[in-house]
Unconditional design. Sequence first.
Lengths: 114, 113
Amino acid sequence: GQNIDQPTEMTATEGAIVQINCTYQTSGFNGLFWYQQHAGEAPTFLSYNVLDGLEEKGRFSSFLSRSKGYSYLLLKELQMKDSASYLCAVRDMGDGGATNKLIFGTGTLLAVQP
Amino acid sequence: DTEVTQTPKHLVMGMTNKKSLKCEQHMGHRAMYWYKQKAKKPPELMFVYSYEKLSINESVPSRFSPECPNSSLLNLHLHALQPEDSALYLCASSQYGGIETQYFGPGTRLLVL
């Protein structure tokens, strides 16, 4: 089966650093995505990890450990506009790699306070 | 151009109505997707089209009927919906339907009365 877990809510202060964790169990893992979604809007792609290690992109970094089924998204120098839901999504290639099927976690609602 | 567009932005329909949601992308992507998202829930995959052919149907009720007229367009035809079908319907596209990133449109917010 498939299972993706994230904290439901987090609160952080403007200018600080926050780490959002994601653990997963899936049969045909082939990559993990992080998306940002503001209320009522579409998810926006943030990062992609398929190999172990850290991927850095400006204020956002994402880490993956395949052996532990674990990823985190690190947001630095938090800004008020970073208040949003952050979705962890795992690519499931259980059908032999024919189709790009994303399984989303429930999302972490981040509130950035002044 | 990395934009996926969807129309309409909002739709209110009765349970006996027939309506259609439209999605368009001009990135040359060959895979397109429909997702349903309820409030405070993650997106749930409904359909996947790869090279204009339906490749995944996640056991979606027949009152939802997808159509892919060409590689740039994706429609979702709605008929005899139920109030519980009220949700944000998101369209996404990716380059080939394999391992690439999916890019989402802004969604259509549907309310079924």
